[in-house]
Design a protein around this ligand. Structure first.
Ligand SMILES: Cc1cc2nc3c(=O)[nH]c(=O)nc-3n(C[C@H](O)[C@H](O)[C@H](O)COP(=O)(O)OP(=O)(O)OC[C@H]3O[C@@H](n4cnc5c(N)ncnc54)[C@H](O)[C@@H]3O)c2cc1C
Length: 498
């Protein structure tokens, strides 16, 4: 029996994207339920990576959004201690990625998605809180607290990190945990101080006491988003809140203590000017949780919320587009098989992203001078080391997914994946992965990975990794990896910095 009707719980980015994909690409009907009384977000601005933009284009949303945001060619990462650049995250490879990145206001993104959905004749039902679900006779029935009942073929839990679908019906013991880090963010009018702001479009400054992101959110570069990430004791609330009056003054004093100083004097006045600063405690989910049960599937943050690293929207959209692809190819298979197939294909990429996001967050907490200097060096090394993998992540496209594994190749790079391996190749590189391995090759490099190994090769290098090893080769070099000297050195340095 084909799957025709989806009940979607959550009217955020993932829920709306799911409704867009299933309605347009799978010709299904969707009923979307949001707990809030009206469309709302946690505020502030959001970075959309090249892959996020490709998926938004695929879903028919991007054209509404581009003119509302600020194009980001790269995020420059600098030391607040010295003002020196430590590295960049480079999005300026349009021939490979098809898009650069875009910083937009969260509400503009949600609104653009909602308008596109409305045009398809799908309306979100607001103020709806799910109460129970019952499965039987090839259907799932959801009942809401107001007594409304609805039958569907599948139910998608897109209700964010504190998901009721997850904690009530799929895995009640998988509760979010506080990371020990909070995010303080706000906006300011930068029109008359733009010359004093030391950034192109987006910069991230590392200090002893956390990191501070500055990013324009509009094409005219008149509105600046500031976002501080810092170690903070458990604030006793899982929701973010807008600080006002004395609370805001106290928070600003804390931000000034952490981030103002002689190297970049303008940061002090930027912090002073920011208004309505939101303090948002960052939670995360444990790795390897259950994503599905019977006819229910979790997508986006409900399945794999991780500390923000500026890429989670891309991952959530990827979830949705991958599900849509699998449904397209297997629509007559039992729902449980479809969800297991999804899990098999999706898990390796998400596990890698979760590890990276958790690792990045561990380096944020307050530390001494010596540890700060070591961390600056490590940041430089890690950014250089990860550059190729970041590139693969931005190139990776679930629209290229084959039935055997995940493989993405563009510009003539062949990629082959089998038994849940993941391979990506670009510009004549060749990559092959098997049995859970991950391989990426660019610019004529060749990489092969098997049995959980990870290999990256660029510029004519050749790398092979097996049995959990990691290898990377560039510029004609050749490497074969066990656990990887860089990773060992990195972990040793971190232990020292504690
Ligand atoms: C401070 C911060 C900064 C970030 N910055 C970036 C960034 O720059 N780039 C990036 O890619 N990602 C970023 N992220 C991550 C990104 O915001 C999330 O990955 C993304 O919002 C996930 O979307 P979602 O729809 O899965 O969940 P959410 O955005 O949490 O949406 C879930 C929706 O479900 C609703 N809901 C909750 N419970 C129920 C219920 N019981 N019934 C019905 N509806 C319910 C909620 O009200 C909400 O509308 C950031 C995250 C944080 C916290």
């Amino acid at each position: 029996m084909t799957i025709q009707h989806a009940i979607i719980i959550g009217g955020g980015i993932t829920g709306i994207a799911a409704a867009l994909a299933l309605t347009q690409l799978n010709r299904m009907t969707c009923s979307v339920f949001e707990i809030k009384p009206e469309p709302a977000t946690i505020g502030g601005a959001i970075n959309l990576t090249p892959n996020a933009l490709r998926y938004l284009e695929h879903l028919g949303v991007l054209s509404r959004l581009t003119q509302l945001g600020c194009e980001v060619k790269s995020i420059e990462i600098a030391s607040l201690r010295t003002g020196q650049r430590l590295g960049i995250i480079n999005y300026d490879k349009i021939e490979k990625f098809q898009h650069r990145a875009l910083r937009v206001m969260r509400h503009d993104l949600l609104q653009a998605m909602l308008t596109t959905l409305e045009e398809l004749g799908v309306n979100v039902q607001y103020g709806m809180r799910i109460d129970t679900v019952v499965e039987g006779h090839g259907k799932i029935t959801a009942t809401f607290e107001d007594g409304m009942r609805l039958e569907g073929d599948i139910l998608l839990g897109c209700d964010g990190i504190h998901s009721a679908v997850r904690t009530k019906f799929i895995q009640p013991d998988r509760k979010p945990e506080y990371t020990g880090v909070a995010n303080a963010y706000g906006l300011l009018d930068a029109t008359d101080i733009r010359d004093t702001i030391p950034i192109n479009s987006t910069s991230l400054f590392f200090s002893r006491f956390g990191s501070l992101l500055l990013s324009y959110t509009d094409a005219e570069m008149s509105r600046l988003y500031i976002s501080a990430v810092m170690g903070t004791q458990d604030v006793g609330s899982r929701e973010g809140w807008i600080t006002k009056g004395d609370d805001q003054d106290t928070l600003k004093r804390d931000l000034l203590r952490r981030f103002s100083g002689p190297t970049l004097p303008s940061l002090g006045s930027i912090i002073q000017r920011a208004d309505a600063i939101t303090l948002y405690p960052v939670y995360r989910l444990s790795e390897n949780g259950m994503w599905s049960s019977g006819r229910m599937l979790l997508l986006g943050d409900a399945a794999h919320a991780m500390p923000p690293q500026g890429e989670s929207v891309g991952l959530a959209l990827e979830d949705v587009v991958l599900l849509s692809r699998i449904l397209e190819h297997h629509e007559t298979r039992p729902v449980e098989d479809i969800f297991l197939r999804y899990d098999d294909l999706r898990r390796p990429r998400i596990n890698t992203a979760v590890k990276e996001a958790n690792f990045g967050f561990e380096t944020i907490k307050d530390r001494g001078w010596v540890a700060t200097i070591i961390m600056e060096w490590l940041t430089w090394i890690v950014l250089a080391w990860r550059a190729t993998r970041k590139e693969e992540e931005f190139i990776f496209d679930v629209l290229e997914v084959s039935n055997d594994g995940t493989a993405g190749g563009i510009n003539g790079g062949p990629a082959r994946a089998a038994n849940d391996g993941a391979a990506g190749a670009a510009n004549g590189g060749a990559a092959g992965a098997a049995n859970g391995g991950a391989a990426g090759a660019a610019n004529g490099g060749a990489a092969g990975a098997a049995n959980g190994g990870a290999a990256e090769a660029a510029n004519g290098g050749a790398a092979g990794a097996a049995n959990g090893g990691a290898a990377g080769a560039t510029n004609g070099g050749a490497a074969g990896g066990g656990i990887g000297a860089i990773a060992r050195a990195f972990i040793a340095m971190l232990a020292f910095s504690d």
